[in-house]
Ligand binder design. Sequence first.
Ligand code: HEC
Length: 167
Amino acid sequence: MIKRLIVGLSISAACFGASIDNGANLFDGTKSFENGAVACVACHNVNSSAVISGGTLAMDLTSMGGAMEYPLSAVENMSSPVMQEAYKGKPLTKEEIADLDAFVMDAANNPGSAGGDNFVMMGVAGAVIAFIILSLLGNGRKKESVNQELYDRQQVNQTQSSQWRDA
Ligand code: HEC
């Protein structure tokens, strides 16, 4: 019984040990890496509203969750010479790698996560409400449009010119 509890606790610790938020902060440089490495956002993008848009030098990492641990574990394991150069002598810690991985995996599973969708919906709702208020205010202030005025004037001109023609 106690054994099962301990196993359960350690499994949940493994699952929740890595911090998505911390990964996001490391990714976009809000938080510095322990060994002073440059933030990933300089070259990579991840599709998540938790971070600012990233660079386009290298591929979008959104779908890389879970597959980043190996290349990030050591400079020799990075396939890109550009990355090797950037991270030479500034290794990422195990925790940093796990957090980055957790963040990227979360971003892949929840596109536009961290309230991004709500933010857009709030904007749309605000625009609709503003539109309704403005049209209510506009109503009754002017019965005829400017176009109507121009149209009427043109009608008169046409009548006049046809009168001249007939004369
Ligand atoms: C100086 C630019 C630069 C920085 C900073 C950078 N990368 Fe990269 N990364 C690259 C390039 C270039 C590639 C090669 C792939 C490509 O051409 O898109 C790459 C490839 C990768 C790959 C593919 C795996 C592999 O090695 O083949 C992963 C995963 C990755 N980067 C993760 C990261 C993470 C996480 C960070 C931050 C800790 C980071 N990168 C920072 C430039 C960079």
